[in-house]
Design a protein around this ligand. Sequence first.
Ligand SMILES: Cc1ncc(COP(=O)(O)O)c(C=O)c1O
Length: 416
Amino acid sequence: MTDTAIGRDDCLQWDEQDPLRRFRERFTLPPGVIYLDGNSLGALPAHTPERVETMIRREWGDGLIRSWNDAGWFEKPVVLGDRIAPLIGAGAGEVVVGDSTSISLFQALTAAVRLRPDRRVVVAEADNFPTDLYLLQSVQEIAGLELRLVDPRTPGASLDDLLDEQVGVVLLSQVNYRTGELLDMAETTARVHAAGALVVWDLCHSVGALPVDVTAAGADFAAGCTYKYLNGGPGSPSFVYVAPRHQEAAAPPLTGWQGHRRPFAFEGAYAAGEGATRFRIGTPQLISMAALEASLDIWEEVSLADIRTKSLALTDMFIRLVEERLPGLGTVVTPRAHASRGSQVSVRVDDGYPMMQALIERGVIGDFRAPDIMRFGFTPLYTSMTDVWDAVEVLQEIVVSESWRALPAAPSGQVT
Ligand SMILES: Cc1ncc(COP(=O)(O)O)c(C=O)c1O
């Protein structure tokens, strides 16, 4: 769009040309809601309830135990992994689905550490999502390693400063959950490899938000969730990627029976399953997998290039409108450069919590991350340019009327 002031009509026109427009009706969103939190929990695909009901009534209710074979339950973690693979640039047999991101991270991190037995240091970002830090701290303690934290605010604590011949494994998020900053996966992986270390990527905020290419980047391991941009539903299972070159040597720590080479031989000794299947643990969450399966149907029709183009247009527009119309609101902390931006915009605002609550009361749903970040996630499958316009309009009304002052200044519920 041009540099002159943008109007709502311009946004409507943009939406008419949008190649992803048709996907909006594939989701069920409540009327009157502008949903800008798909980076936390994706929206409900319209056909998911039917798929889950079929799983429960037909596969479980009628099929009972027979469904392990007849409905392909046993293979589901691998079949779904193969369906996620194209979304992250992986090949068949390189991704398995199951468990939670925290568990998948623990599996990948420990396996990576075991591949570098002579190196006694692990590295993580100080401002990564807490579960990543907590899990790496645990791996570090169990294995008796040293942990170094990358912190751009501290002199001498950049990734390059910390990398040396002691470092075995580096854990990084491709998109930072708080700021929305996107790292260059290929360039960063190359730097880590040049130091002789392995890298584990957390893809939670990038899978389904932009084209990801673990193969081209040379990533060693990756893990991610499916309940954000992939729309698999609350608590839907995570996935783990294992580069083919590591598959035969990788030794994940949680050696459950379904990761065994011959699970139904019921042998007393563990023998790791072939390739990435050894990252399976125990009985998978099959009801959640049915919901994930339904959401992946949509992804088979989507061009990730279109997703990226629209995501950048939506976030550009949001940043532009917020800065033009609400110049005193706060600081946009999300990078301006497209190459460094995921699919969310984070604004640092002193009274961000009550302001976000006021927005949610008006049907514009984003979220808040302590101490002062208002997060707005943009999901190209079901967010329109007009939604962006309308959301900023509501935000402006709230700021001008100061209606947020009537709301509690600090969180009362457990989830912000
Ligand atoms: C970067 C990142 N990693 C991990 C998680 C969550 O892990 P889990 O799915 O185990 O709750 C989140 C959740 O928002 C996240 O943002």
